[in-house]
Design a protein around this ligand. Sequence first.
Ligand code: ADP
Ligand code: MG
Length: 183
Amino acid sequence: MTEAQETPLQLQLDAEAATLALGAALARSLPRAAPEALVVYLQGDLGSGKTTLARALLHALGVSGTVRSPSYTLVESYELAGLLVLHLDLYRLREPGELEQLALRDQLRAGVLLLVEWPERAPELLPAADLNIELVIATAEGAIPQLSRTAGLRAPSPAGRLWLAELEARHPENRSELNRLVL
Ligand SMILES: Nc1ncnc2c1ncn2[C@@H]1O[C@H](COP(=O)(O)OP(=O)(O)O)[C@@H](O)[C@H]1O
Ligand SMILES: [Mg+2]
């Protein structure tokens, strides 16, 4: 996970709605003609919003039913028109064999989107990320009932850079150093 990195796009997500909006915006800007599978790493503490973001992305891509957290099943998959989405959560991964059984690499091809929560649990078993999203729970100053989040988005690959460029082109107001998400 140490690819050459550009300055991350930093977004402030004031409430859950902003996390949902980011998921939807990522779906709209997804590079559909990518020549290989697209790989997104979702990082951040428990409860930082990784599944919330994945859910919003999946719903915006057209998943109509429930999007379950894959924390117990390891993977949930979704067949959409022209797109297969594999949503992984490696938090409970006990040994590499569990992931190897999924034969992930055999499934990676153009038209596949791989979303991985807790990629740091098995970095050597995963394909490199095109997009790396890090969610951080804001530090509390006093008694704040619901803490906001920040999202840092980095694109270590050409496909990821295309994706972020499209996101930013659609939402130029989000381009500055640390911005609220305006969608
Ligand atoms: N931007 C936000 N501000 C405040 N709360 C948020 C925000 N985004 C998500 N949440 C809340 O934080 C929790 C995140 O849970 P979840 O998505 O399961 O986290 P993770 O998958 O990272 O463990 C949910 O209760 C969700 O409503
Ligand atoms: Mg989760």
